[in-house]
Design a protein around this ligand. Structure first.
Ligand SMILES: Nc1ncnc2c1ncn2[C@@H]1O[C@H](COP(=O)(O)OP(=O)(O)OP(=O)(O)O)[C@@H](O)[C@H]1O
Length: 251
Protein backbone atom coordinates (compact mmCIF):
# COMPACT_ATOMS: atom_id res chain seq x y z
CA UNK A 1 0.00 0.00 0.00
CA UNK A 2 1.30 3.43 -0.88
CA UNK A 3 1.77 6.04 1.80
CA UNK A 4 -0.15 9.27 1.33
CA UNK A 5 1.72 12.40 0.31
CA UNK A 6 1.16 16.09 1.02
CA UNK A 7 -2.36 17.57 0.66
CA UNK A 8 -3.21 18.42 -2.95
CA UNK A 9 -6.77 19.61 -2.35
CA UNK A 10 -7.89 21.57 0.69
CA UNK A 11 -11.49 22.66 1.07
CA UNK A 12 -11.95 24.55 4.32
CA UNK A 13 -15.32 25.44 5.85
CA UNK A 14 -16.81 26.20 2.48
CA UNK A 15 -20.39 27.38 1.99
CA UNK A 16 -21.86 28.25 -1.38
CA UNK A 17 -25.18 29.72 -2.46
CA UNK A 18 -25.98 30.33 -6.13
CA UNK A 19 -27.24 33.78 -7.22
CA UNK A 20 -30.82 32.42 -7.34
CA UNK A 21 -30.54 31.65 -3.62
CA UNK A 22 -30.03 27.87 -3.92
CA UNK A 23 -27.91 26.97 -0.93
CA UNK A 24 -25.73 24.16 -2.31
CA UNK A 25 -22.98 23.61 0.25
CA UNK A 26 -22.80 24.29 3.96
CA UNK A 27 -19.57 24.34 5.97
CA UNK A 28 -17.79 21.64 3.96
CA UNK A 29 -14.18 20.73 4.72
CA UNK A 30 -12.28 18.07 2.78
CA UNK A 31 -8.56 17.43 2.40
CA UNK A 32 -7.26 15.05 -0.25
CA UNK A 33 -3.60 14.07 -0.38
CA UNK A 34 -1.58 12.37 -3.09
CA UNK A 35 -2.32 8.66 -2.83
CA UNK A 36 -5.90 9.21 -1.66
CA UNK A 37 -8.93 8.45 -3.77
CA UNK A 38 -11.89 10.00 -1.98
CA UNK A 39 -15.37 8.97 -3.07
CA UNK A 40 -18.24 11.43 -2.59
CA UNK A 41 -21.71 9.98 -2.20
CA UNK A 42 -24.95 11.68 -1.21
CA UNK A 43 -28.55 12.30 -2.22
CA UNK A 44 -29.17 13.73 -5.67
CA UNK A 45 -28.72 17.49 -5.69
CA UNK A 46 -26.70 17.63 -2.47
CA UNK A 47 -23.84 19.53 -4.09
CA UNK A 48 -21.32 16.85 -5.12
CA UNK A 49 -20.72 18.25 -8.62
CA UNK A 50 -20.66 21.76 -7.19
CA UNK A 51 -17.89 20.70 -4.83
CA UNK A 52 -15.86 19.33 -7.76
CA UNK A 53 -16.46 22.52 -9.73
CA UNK A 54 -15.20 24.54 -6.76
CA UNK A 55 -12.03 22.47 -6.60
CA UNK A 56 -11.54 22.94 -10.35
CA UNK A 57 -11.99 26.71 -9.95
CA UNK A 58 -15.22 26.89 -12.01
CA UNK A 59 -17.20 28.15 -8.99
CA UNK A 60 -16.26 30.52 -6.19
CA UNK A 61 -17.01 29.79 -2.54
CA UNK A 62 -19.20 32.35 -0.73
CA UNK A 63 -17.43 31.53 2.54
CA UNK A 64 -14.36 29.46 3.33
CA UNK A 65 -11.35 28.64 1.20
CA UNK A 66 -10.37 26.19 -1.52
CA UNK A 67 -6.70 25.61 -2.22
CA UNK A 68 -5.13 23.15 -4.61
CA UNK A 69 -1.53 22.41 -5.43
CA UNK A 70 -0.48 24.00 -8.69
CA UNK A 71 -0.39 20.77 -10.62
CA UNK A 72 -2.27 19.88 -13.76
CA UNK A 73 -5.83 18.82 -13.08
CA UNK A 74 -7.65 15.96 -14.78
CA UNK A 75 -11.47 16.24 -14.95
CA UNK A 76 -13.58 13.37 -16.22
CA UNK A 77 -17.34 13.81 -16.63
CA UNK A 78 -20.24 11.38 -17.00
CA UNK A 79 -20.33 12.23 -20.68
CA UNK A 80 -17.07 11.42 -22.45
CA UNK A 81 -17.26 14.85 -24.20
CA UNK A 82 -15.31 13.73 -27.29
CA UNK A 83 -15.26 15.62 -30.57
CA UNK A 84 -17.18 13.30 -32.93
CA UNK A 85 -15.27 14.29 -36.06
CA UNK A 86 -11.88 13.57 -34.53
CA UNK A 87 -10.24 10.15 -34.24
CA UNK A 88 -9.37 8.65 -30.86
CA UNK A 89 -5.76 9.76 -31.29
CA UNK A 90 -6.73 13.32 -32.21
CA UNK A 91 -9.19 13.56 -29.32
CA UNK A 92 -6.55 12.41 -26.86
CA UNK A 93 -4.03 14.85 -28.34
CA UNK A 94 -6.35 17.80 -27.91
CA UNK A 95 -5.15 19.09 -24.49
CA UNK A 96 -1.56 19.02 -25.77
CA UNK A 97 -2.60 20.81 -28.93
CA UNK A 98 -4.49 23.48 -26.97
CA UNK A 99 -1.53 24.09 -24.69
CA UNK A 100 0.99 24.32 -27.53
CA UNK A 101 2.86 21.03 -26.98
CA UNK A 102 4.88 20.22 -30.14
CA UNK A 103 3.18 17.65 -32.37
CA UNK A 104 5.69 14.80 -32.03
CA UNK A 105 5.74 15.03 -28.27
CA UNK A 106 1.95 15.31 -27.83
CA UNK A 107 1.43 12.41 -30.22
CA UNK A 108 3.80 10.27 -28.22
CA UNK A 109 2.04 11.00 -24.91
CA UNK A 110 -1.37 10.46 -26.54
CA UNK A 111 -0.30 7.04 -27.81
CA UNK A 112 1.10 6.11 -24.40
CA UNK A 113 -2.13 7.20 -22.68
CA UNK A 114 -4.24 5.25 -25.19
CA UNK A 115 -2.18 2.14 -24.43
CA UNK A 116 -2.56 2.67 -20.70
CA UNK A 117 -6.34 2.60 -20.92
CA UNK A 118 -6.24 -0.54 -23.08
CA UNK A 119 -7.23 1.05 -26.39
CA UNK A 120 -4.07 0.37 -28.38
CA UNK A 121 -5.15 -0.38 -31.97
CA UNK A 122 -8.18 1.97 -31.85
CA UNK A 123 -6.25 5.20 -32.49
CA UNK A 124 -7.91 5.84 -35.84
CA UNK A 125 -11.47 5.04 -34.75
CA UNK A 126 -14.07 7.79 -34.40
CA UNK A 127 -16.11 8.07 -31.17
CA UNK A 128 -19.25 6.77 -32.94
CA UNK A 129 -17.43 3.52 -33.70
CA UNK A 130 -16.75 2.84 -30.00
CA UNK A 131 -18.83 1.44 -27.14
CA UNK A 132 -19.76 3.68 -24.21
CA UNK A 133 -17.05 2.07 -22.07
CA UNK A 134 -14.43 2.64 -24.76
CA UNK A 135 -15.46 6.28 -25.13
CA UNK A 136 -14.99 6.68 -21.38
CA UNK A 137 -11.54 5.14 -21.69
CA UNK A 138 -10.71 7.73 -24.36
CA UNK A 139 -11.88 10.47 -22.01
CA UNK A 140 -9.61 9.12 -19.25
CA UNK A 141 -6.69 8.82 -21.69
CA UNK A 142 -7.18 12.44 -22.73
CA UNK A 143 -6.99 13.51 -19.07
CA UNK A 144 -3.92 11.31 -18.51
CA UNK A 145 -1.92 13.20 -21.14
CA UNK A 146 -1.90 16.15 -18.72
CA UNK A 147 -0.15 13.92 -16.16
CA UNK A 148 -2.53 15.16 -13.50
CA UNK A 149 -1.62 15.09 -9.85
CA UNK A 150 -5.24 15.98 -9.07
CA UNK A 151 -8.00 13.98 -10.68
CA UNK A 152 -11.70 14.83 -10.44
CA UNK A 153 -14.27 12.28 -11.59
CA UNK A 154 -17.91 13.32 -11.84
CA UNK A 155 -19.82 10.05 -11.99
CA UNK A 156 -17.82 8.88 -15.01
CA UNK A 157 -19.24 5.37 -15.21
CA UNK A 158 -22.86 6.05 -14.23
CA UNK A 159 -24.25 5.42 -17.71
CA UNK A 160 -22.42 2.12 -18.30
CA UNK A 161 -23.62 -1.44 -17.79
CA UNK A 162 -22.54 -3.17 -14.57
CA UNK A 163 -19.78 -5.37 -15.98
CA UNK A 164 -18.19 -2.61 -18.08
CA UNK A 165 -18.33 -0.36 -15.06
CA UNK A 166 -16.63 -2.97 -12.86
CA UNK A 167 -13.83 -3.43 -15.44
CA UNK A 168 -13.29 0.32 -15.62
CA UNK A 169 -13.21 0.50 -11.83
CA UNK A 170 -10.51 -2.18 -11.82
CA UNK A 171 -8.50 -0.44 -14.53
CA UNK A 172 -8.76 2.94 -12.87
CA UNK A 173 -7.58 1.37 -9.61
CA UNK A 174 -4.54 0.05 -11.50
CA UNK A 175 -3.80 3.54 -12.90
CA UNK A 176 -4.17 5.01 -9.41
CA UNK A 177 -1.86 2.37 -7.97
CA UNK A 178 0.78 3.01 -10.64
CA UNK A 179 0.68 6.80 -10.13
CA UNK A 180 -0.94 7.75 -6.88
CA UNK A 181 -2.68 11.06 -7.66
CA UNK A 182 -5.12 12.85 -5.37
CA UNK A 183 -8.58 11.80 -6.55
CA UNK A 184 -12.13 13.00 -5.83
CA UNK A 185 -14.71 10.64 -7.29
CA UNK A 186 -18.46 11.35 -7.33
CA UNK A 187 -20.66 8.29 -7.60
CA UNK A 188 -24.14 7.02 -6.75
CA UNK A 189 -22.87 3.45 -6.41
CA UNK A 190 -21.81 2.33 -2.95
CA UNK A 191 -20.02 -0.70 -4.41
CA UNK A 192 -18.05 1.48 -6.80
CA UNK A 193 -17.20 3.92 -3.99
CA UNK A 194 -15.91 1.22 -1.65
CA UNK A 195 -14.08 -0.69 -4.39
CA UNK A 196 -12.21 2.37 -5.61
CA UNK A 197 -11.76 4.72 -2.71
CA UNK A 198 -9.39 5.01 0.18
CA UNK A 199 -12.14 7.00 2.00
CA UNK A 200 -15.83 7.51 1.36
CA UNK A 201 -17.40 10.84 2.27
CA UNK A 202 -21.16 10.79 2.75
CA UNK A 203 -22.93 14.11 2.23
CA UNK A 204 -26.31 15.23 3.56
CA UNK A 205 -29.20 16.43 1.44
CA UNK A 206 -28.90 20.02 0.19
CA UNK A 207 -27.37 22.13 1.48
CA UNK A 208 -24.64 19.52 1.38
CA UNK A 209 -22.76 18.96 4.61
CA UNK A 210 -20.36 16.15 5.43
CA UNK A 211 -22.12 13.49 7.46
CA UNK A 212 -19.38 10.87 7.59
CA UNK A 213 -15.85 10.23 6.39
CA UNK A 214 -15.45 6.47 6.29
CA UNK A 215 -12.02 4.89 5.78
CA UNK A 216 -11.76 1.95 3.36
CA UNK A 217 -9.08 -0.33 4.77
CA UNK A 218 -8.18 -2.42 1.69
CA UNK A 219 -4.73 -2.48 0.10
CA UNK A 220 -4.06 -2.17 -3.62
CA UNK A 221 -4.06 -4.01 -5.91
CA UNK A 222 -7.72 -4.75 -5.23
CA UNK A 223 -8.77 -8.00 -6.80
CA UNK A 224 -12.24 -8.13 -8.42
CA UNK A 225 -13.25 -10.78 -5.85
CA UNK A 226 -12.79 -8.26 -3.03
CA UNK A 227 -16.36 -7.16 -3.77
CA UNK A 228 -17.71 -10.51 -2.55
CA UNK A 229 -15.87 -10.63 0.79
CA UNK A 230 -17.36 -10.18 4.23
CA UNK A 231 -15.00 -7.26 4.98
CA UNK A 232 -16.14 -5.43 1.86
CA UNK A 233 -19.80 -6.04 2.73
CA UNK A 234 -19.23 -4.55 6.17
CA UNK A 235 -17.70 -1.31 4.87
CA UNK A 236 -20.38 -1.06 2.17
CA UNK A 237 -23.08 -1.57 4.81
CA UNK A 238 -21.68 1.30 6.90
CA UNK A 239 -21.71 3.60 3.85
CA UNK A 240 -25.19 2.48 2.76
CA UNK A 241 -26.66 2.96 6.21
CA UNK A 242 -25.30 6.51 6.47
CA UNK A 243 -26.45 7.30 2.94
CA UNK A 244 -29.89 5.94 3.66
CA UNK A 245 -30.18 8.18 6.70
CA UNK A 246 -29.14 11.17 4.54
CA UNK A 247 -31.74 10.27 1.91
CA UNK A 248 -34.52 9.67 4.42
CA UNK A 249 -34.02 13.15 5.80
CA UNK A 250 -34.19 14.38 2.18
CA UNK A 251 -37.34 12.42 1.25
N1 LIG B 1 -25.68 27.32 -11.57
C1 LIG B 1 -26.61 26.98 -10.70
N2 LIG B 1 -27.56 27.85 -10.30
C2 LIG B 1 -28.48 27.51 -9.39
N3 LIG B 1 -28.58 26.30 -8.82
C3 LIG B 1 -27.66 25.38 -9.17
C4 LIG B 1 -26.64 25.66 -10.14
N4 LIG B 1 -25.88 24.53 -10.29
C5 LIG B 1 -26.42 23.61 -9.47
N5 LIG B 1 -27.49 24.11 -8.80
C6 LIG B 1 -28.29 23.44 -7.78
O1 LIG B 1 -27.41 23.19 -6.69
C7 LIG B 1 -27.73 21.94 -6.09
C8 LIG B 1 -26.51 21.06 -6.14
O2 LIG B 1 -26.25 20.67 -7.48
P1 LIG B 1 -25.14 19.59 -7.84
O3 LIG B 1 -25.19 19.40 -9.31
O4 LIG B 1 -23.86 19.98 -7.23
O5 LIG B 1 -25.70 18.29 -7.09
P2 LIG B 1 -25.23 16.77 -7.16
O6 LIG B 1 -25.10 16.29 -5.76
O7 LIG B 1 -24.01 16.66 -8.02
O8 LIG B 1 -26.49 16.08 -7.87
P3 LIG B 1 -26.64 14.70 -8.68
O9 LIG B 1 -26.24 13.62 -7.72
O10 LIG B 1 -28.10 14.66 -8.99
O11 LIG B 1 -25.76 14.80 -9.88
C9 LIG B 1 -28.91 21.38 -6.89
O12 LIG B 1 -30.09 21.71 -6.20
C10 LIG B 1 -28.82 22.11 -8.21
O13 LIG B 1 -30.10 22.23 -8.80
Amino acid sequence: MKTTGPPQIRVEEVSLAFPDGTHALDDVSVTVSAGEMVALVGPSGCGKSTLLRLVAGFEKAGMGAVTTSHHALGYVFQDATLLPWRSVLHNVELPGQLTGVPKASRRESARAAIDRVGLGGFERHRPAQLSGGMRMRVSIARALTLQPKLFLFDEPFGALDEITRERLNEDLNALFEAEPFAGLFVTHSVTEAVFMATRVIVMSARPGRILADIPVPFDYPREPGLRYTQEFAEVAATVSKTLREACEVAA
